[in-house]
Design a protein around this ligand. Sequence first.
Ligand SMILES: *Cc1c(COP(=O)(O)O)cnc(C)c1O
Length: 394
Amino acid sequence: MRVAPFDPAPVLAALTAMLPAARPLALHEPRFAGREWDYVKECLDTGWVSSAGAYVDRFERLLAERCGVARAVAVVNGTAGLHAALLLAGVEPGDEVLVPALTFVATANAVVHAGAVPHFVDSDPVTLGLDPKRLEDHLTETAAPGPGGPINRATGRHIRAVVPVHVFGHPVAMDALNAVAARWHLTVIEDATEALGSLYHGRPAGALARLAVLSFNGNKIITTGGGGAILTDDPALADAAKHLTSTAKRPHPWAFEHDEVGYNYRLPNLNAALGCAQLEQLDTFLAAKRRLAALYHERLAGLPGIEPVIEPPGCTGNYWLNAVKVPDAAARDALLAACHGAGLLARPAWALMSGLPMYAACPSAELPVAEELAARLVCLPSGAGLLEGDREQA
Ligand SMILES: *Cc1c(COP(=O)(O)O)cnc(C)c1O
């Protein structure tokens, strides 16, 4: 049977009709509509701009509250947070860590920063994140169970941890994943960098594993310019996270007592000030993003070859990025070219980690779903200010 080639024109017409006229329209612009100026000015006025200060403490408290965990430790970016979280989870040089092949490169990079080897696994077509069932099948076929985690039978290495990523803010099937991890003695670290504000069966992303990591890069749902946080319910682990990410200095009024090789991964007070102002607006951003997602759905769902990505059953996504599935890679490229030609800076999903030169030789499961998703996904402009008319005022 011959299928008519995908035509991007009706999609572009629908996008042009619903989006503001300003061009170019970035994939995700930050929005500063709260007390950002006041808080940042206070840092400058008082001199508290650097690696300690009241805004850091306040940002950590507000984040922990918001995510329903005991503690949050602010760090300089999400990649650094993932690196520290892997070390805190007991990942050692020469271990393997399971990560989805479909993720931003930082997830895999952090594993290598910890001296370990990423081991790629497949995705779920509904959540876009790691598929617990396929993960367990892969472990059963290729690994030997052990009390310290599975051993990869092909490489002989310990598989120590698994890092699910809530892709575009849609929560991974965490109950099933946590059950697989418990059966195989794997530590779970949530890469919740895209998922602040998302709920999984009523529970916040970031509170669904022993350790979780957020990012506040300029393109994320709230931003501190650059920044991140490690979340945990375990106060001892939080203390260890603070210590490791603040040069491993023991508290003392004047002495330099460092008791291990620590990292300078602290979030400056200046950035935390921005973070406090942004966090105060999170509910407004979430509501705006839901309105945008609903409008995309209403305008695009009926068009031939277009399948909007929606939050998984039982979940409330933050719709950090709105995405659609098109029939194949040729359709994806045609839509991306049409959008860019019109100043709409749409993006594909990431290239699979297993295809990047530095990761091509890493262990990997079969990846049929991730390959299909990478070929078919297109992400559309998704900033919280898109429908609010504030671009025209700017
Ligand atoms: C943004 C992001 C990170 C890294 O965060 P940075 O703050 O940019 O270092 C890690 N993983 C995923 C999936 C991300 O989207």
